[in-house]
Design a protein around this ligand. Structure first.
Ligand SMILES: [Zn+2]
Length: 246
């Protein structure tokens, strides 16, 4: 089994484990949902909510269980919100991706260098792009979910490093931008989508329900179902969680 397939199976296991958490989310009263769920108001209540803390600590336990099985999750943020982003940061990330996933890493490398060249030729140095974020722990993903910047509550492709976010950066104003009303930003995101498709990756801007313009991830991986049995222990975790919370 190659590493990509193996890690997608980890995601499946994690996703099924997260399902226990989603079941609990579903059991919340309307008032509790108003405090915790994306789409509802976000504020001080989130940070202080006992329910939020409970989910967070469940995920921490889950991360610990994965760790005991030799699967360690980490946050590798890249240039995330840096005021002076640097090419070295994403070059280092690309090296790590290539080491872990030669195929995916090479594609990311090609996409970013083609996109940088496109930005340079067209916007004469005013705009460029950087890798904004690579890996994300399930607990971090959960915080994103609560803040409505992600639609997956815990385990996603970033968890195992099979997704990367690439964001336009304005060199003059020293500012990141996601603003689609800005022609250059809109253009750079669309170019990212075009390049991702060209290299056989999936672009978040093509999703129907939750548009995620900076996001690219592996595509077209075919799962071998019989390999899934290797990850049955992860699936069992789901029952552990359900019994703990429900
Ligand atoms: Zn992403």
């Amino acid at each position: 089994m190659d590493k990509e397939t193996k890690n997608i199976l980890i995601l499946l296991g994690g996703g099924i484990a997260t399902f226990g958490i989603l079941i609990l989310l579903d059991k919340l009263t309307k008032k509790e949902k108003e405090i915790i769920l994306p789409g509802y108001r976000i504020g001080k209540e989130i940070k202080e909510s006992d329910i939020t803390k409970k989910f967070y600590s469940e995920l921490e336990k889950l991360e610990e269980e994965f760790k005991n099985k030799g699967i360690v999750f980490e946050n590798i943020p890249g240039n995330l919100f840096k005021r002076n982003p640097r090419d070295e940061a994403h070059k280092a990330i690309i090296r790590r991706i290539k080491k872990e996933y030669p195929d995916f890493g090479s594609k990311v490398e090609s996409i970013i260098s083609e996109l940088k060249k496109y930005a340079r030729d067209k916007y004469k140095g005013e705009w460029t792009v950087y890798i904004f974020e690579w890996k994300r722990k399930p607990t971090t993903q959960f915080l994103y979910y609560l803040n409505r910047v992600a639609n997956i509550p815990a385990f996603g492709f970033h968890t195992v490093g099979l997704a990367v976010d690439i964001v336009p950066f304005n060199n003059i104003h020293k500012r990141w931008s996601w603003d689609l009303k800005n022609n250059a930003v809109n253009d750079l995101f669309n170019k990212l989508g075009e390049l991702a498709r060209k290299h056989g990756l999936v672009w978040g801007g093509d999703w129907k329900t939750f548009k995620d313009y900076p996001h690219i991830q592996v595509g077209g991986t075919i799962l071998n179902i019989k390999d899934a049995s290797v990850y049955m222990p992860l699936i069992e975790m789901n029952d552990t969680i359900k019994s703990q919370v429900g």
